[in-house]
Design a protein around this ligand. Structure first.
Ligand code: IPD
Length: 267
């Protein structure tokens, strides 16, 4: 039975994500432009990223004013309850800017530093992914299971993403070029949160990326693991900004080893 404290966090995350997803879907201005840039001129923020983060933090704070927050668009406070919300109000901002459908709201809750709840709301796909630690992963009420049996690595469909900083991208392109002949194919969906949920749903055999932030991966990592996928970073390390790897067991180990051999975590 799910811990009632976690059920409360899950319900709040689901409702905050639903409201932010509706705002982003229904409120996207026709003349949407770039409001600011971050790590490079192509790392953009729109007015809608900012509005969605404000909505999510406002909603969660109404119910849990003493919790901590870490949000992509600047929200940050340690809180005093041991619960911290890790929020990407709009993961896949470039897709959203261009009107492509693959983007999502990602909300995770950590308890004493451990991820315990993850919600990824993908409005244009009409999909809500959710997981509670130890309770399995679900999409629109259906249990998720990563792909089984796992194919050999050279038959695996693997997604990746590219960082916004020039020298990191150049190295990522080099790694991808060397990896492609060892896989069935590579995809670049444009939202790390959705990529991780696609691994959970068995639509991808694996996913990897260097340079993610905690808000990109917090919810999706828990959803993937609760669906039976393995996640990690460099061999023996957890998924982090150096390297995030998620895959069905059987693909995870050779993919992680190949990425390690190719030096995917550095340039
Ligand atoms: C980005 C997306 C993208 C990934 C980038 C992320 P954002 O998040 O997840 O797929 O390749 O590394 O920064 O900026 O759209 O929230």
């Amino acid at each position: 039975m799910t811990d009632p404290a976690l059920s409360e966090l899950l319900d709040l995350a689901l409702e905050a994500a639903r409201r932010a997803g509706a705002l982003l879907r229904d409120g996207r201005p026709a003349d949407l432009g770039v409001a600011a840039t971050k790590s490079s001129p192509i790392d953009v923020v729109t007015e809608m990223d900012i509005a969605a983060e404000k909505l999510i933090i406002g909603y969660l704070s109404d119910f849990r004013p003493d919790d901590g927050f870490l949000g992509e668009e600047g929200a940050g406070s340690p809180g005093s309850t041991g619960i911290r919300w890790v929020i990407d109000p709009l993961d896949g901002t470039v897709n959203y800017l261009y009107g492509l459908p693959t983007w999502a709201v990602s909300i995770a809750a950590e308890r004493d530093g451990e991820r315990v709840v993850g919600v990824v709301e993908a409005p244009m796909r009409r999909e809500t992914y959710q997981a509670v630690l130890g309770g399995g992963a679900f999409a629109n009420g259906e249990a998720l299971r990563c792909r089984r049996p796992a194919p050999p690595l050279d038959q695996a469909l693997v997604s990746t993403g590219f960082n916004y900083v020039g020298h990191v991208r150049a190295h990522q392109a080099d790694v991808a070029q060397q990896l492609i002949p060892r896989l069935r194919d590579i995809r670049r969906g444009g939202s790390a949160a959705v990529d991780l949920c696609d691994v959970a749903a068995g639509r991808l055999d694996g996913y990897y990326e260097r340079g993610l932030h905690p808000w990109d991966l917090a919810a999706g990592d828990l959803i993937a693991r609760e669906a039976g996928a393995l996640t990690g970073g460099r061999p023996g390390l957890p998924a982090d900004g150096d390297l995030t790897v998620a895959a069905t067991p059987g693909v995870f180990e050779p993919l992680q080893a190949a990425l390690d051999e190719l030096g995917a975590w550095h340039d």
